[in-house]
Design a protein around this ligand. Structure first.
Ligand code: GLV
Ligand code: MN
Ligand code: MN
Length: 408
C-alpha cells in the first residue's frame, strides 16, 4: 500500500480521490475480490467488502480509511483497513459460531484535507451529512467530490447495509501508550472538537503607497488571530485545550498588494465540552478586539463540531478481556483525533483500539508503528471481531441500524 503515493521521505500522499488514492483503492478492491469478499461501493465512494455467512443477518463492520493528509505517514488509516481485512478474513474462515455477517470498509475522505469536513464517508452513512451536499463539496481548485470520485471511477450504487456493530483499529497518533509502555489502547472517550472556518476581510491597497493609517490589512488581522488562537491555551491547565490555525488562503497574494481577504481554519479541541465552549467564547472576544486594531471584519462562516463522549463500556471490557487473554498490556485511551468510529459510535455499538505511535508523531512522513505492535493490534482486533460476530456484545441484541447513503 505504501507504494501508492509514496513520498521521498518514506511517507505517502494520497488525498481523497486523488490518483494515488484511486490506485490504492483499486489495489485494495482487487485484494478483496481475490479473497472472496463481495465488493460494493456506495454513492459517496465508501468501499465495502462483504462476507455473508448468515443469510439476511446484519453486519459487523470493521474498517478505517485509505486516504491521507498531504505528505503523510504510511500508517494513519491504512493500517486499520488492512488489519480489518485480515481480521474479517480470519474470523470468516474460523469455526466460531457466527450470529452476524462481516464487512470491511474503507471510508471515503476521512482526512478532510482536500475536501472538508473530515470523516465524510461515515458522516453520510450515519446521516449527519446529506449525500448531495457531500458530493457538491469543492476542493481549493474548485473540483467537486463527485467530479473527483468520477475521475477515479470511485462511485457506486450500493444503497447500504444493516449494521449491528462497528470496530476500528488505528495508530494512536499520541504518545501515551509509548510513554506508559502499553501495547493496546482501549478507546474509551473522544475529545470535543470545533473547526471554525473564519474569513478576515480588509481592503486591497498598495503595499508601498497606501498610508499606514489608512490600511485595512486582512493579513495583519489574520496574523493577530493566529497568535490569539495559540495563546488561548495560556488560561487553561496543560492538555485541557489544543488549538491550531491549520489552513490559510489569502487574496490577492501578490507582492505589491495589501491582502483584501484571508480565509483560515481554526481547530480547537478539549476533553471537556464546557471548557471548549469557554475557550471559543474567549476567542470570539479576541476577534472583536482584533477587528478594531487591524480595521478588518472577522466572520465565522462555518463550524464543524463533534462532542466528547464515552465509547460503549461493554465493548471496552470485551476488548480488555481479549487483550488480557492474549497477554498484551492495555489501558484506556482518549482519542483527540476524529475517526470514523467517532461518527459510528453515535449510532451503533462501537469498539475502537489503538496501537502505539513512535514519538506520538502523525500526519508526518516520520509516523511509525512497529511490526510487533501492528501484529499485536491485529491479534486483539481479530479476537474482538470474532466475539462480536458471535453475539458476545449484548448491545447488539437490539435492532440493527439500517445505514444507507440516502438523505435522512
Ligand atoms: C480528523 O481526522 C480530525 O481529527 O480532524
Ligand atoms: Mn486516521
Ligand atoms: Mn489522519
Amino acid at each position: 500500500m505504501s507504494t501508492f503515493g509514496a513520498t521521498p521521505g518514506g511517507g505517502v500522499e494520497r488525498q481523497a480521490a486523488s490518483v494515488a488514492d484511486g490506485e490504492n483503492r483499486a489495489w485494495f478492491t482487487a485484494w478483496l475480490v481475490e479473497n472472496d469478499f463481495e465488493v460494493k461501493v456506495d454513492a459517496i465512494g465508501n468501499i465495502f467488502g462483504l462476507i455473508e455467512t448468515v443469510p439476511g443477518a446484519p453486519y459487523v463492520v470493521v474498517g478505517s480509511h485509505l486516504d491521507s493528509q498531504p505528505l503523510a505517514g504510511r500508517f494513519d488509516g491504512a493500517y486499520g483497513v488492512l488489519a480489518a481485512a485480515h481480521a474479517v478474513r480470519a474470523v470468516a474462515a474460523g469455526d466460531a459460531p457466527a450470529r452476524f455477517n462481516l464487512a470491511v470498509v474503507d471510508w471515503f475522505n476521512e482526512e478532510g484535507s482536500r475536501f472538508k469536513p473530515s470523516m465524510m464517508g461515515s458522516a453520510v452513512l450515519t446521516g449527519t451529512l446529506p449525500v448531495a451536499k457531500a458530493l457538491a463539496t469543492t476542493d481549493p481548485a474548485g473540483t467537486t467530490v463527485s467530479e473527483a470520485l468520477d475521475a477515479i471511477d470511485g462511485r457506486g450504487n450500493f444503497a447500504g447495509l444493516d449494521v449491528a456493530a462497528y470496530l476500528e483499529i488505528h495508530v494512536e497518533q499520541g504518545r501515551e501508550l509509548e510513554d506508559t509502555g502499553t501495547t493496546i489502547g482501549l478507546v474509551s472517550t473522544t475529545w470535543t472538537a470545533h473547526k471554525l472556518e473564519v474569513v478576515v476581510t480588509g481592503e486591497q491597497s498598495h503595499t508601498g503607497a497606501a498610508r499606514m493609517v489608512d490600511r485595512r490589512d486582512a493579513l495583519y488581522g489574520a496574523a493577530e488571530l493566529i497568535v490569539a488562537v495559540r495563546r488561548l491555551i495560556d488560561g487553561f491547565e496543560p492538555e485541557q485545550l489544543h488549538t491550531a490555525v491549520s489552513e490559510m488562503y489569502l487574496d490577492p497574494n501578490s507582492p505589491v498588494a495589501i491582502a483584501r481577504e484571508v480565509r483560515l481554519l481554526v481547530d480547537v479541541r478539549s476533553p471537556e465540552r464546557a471548557l471548549l465552549e469557554t475557550a471559543v467564547a474567549q476567542l470570539r472576544e479576541r476577534m472583536t478586539e482584533i477587528e478594531a486594531v487591524a480595521k478588518v471584519e472577522i466572520e465565522v462562516r462555518g463550524l464543524v463540531e463533534w462532542s466528547s463522549g464515552p465509547f460503549l463500556e461493554e465493548g471496552i471490557l470485551l476488548a480488555a478481556a481479549e487483550a488480557e487473554r492474549l497477554g498484551y498490556t492495555y489501558r484506556r485511551s482518549a482519542t483527540v483525533a476524529g475517526h470514523d468510529a467517532t461518527n459510528m459510535k453515535e449510532v451503533v455499538p462501537t469498539v475502537m483500539l489503538f496501537v502505539p505511535s513512535v514519538d506520538g508523531i502523525s500526519h508526518n512522513e516520520r509516523e511509525f508503528t512497529s511490526d510487533d505492535d501492528m501484529v499485536a493490534g491485529l491479534d486483539v482486533l481479530t479476537a474482538v471481531v470474532a466475539r462480536v460476530a458471535s453475539g458476545a456484545l449484548s448491545a447488539t441484541d437490539g435492532d440493527a441500524i439500517a445505514m444507507s447513503v440516502g438523505d435522512r
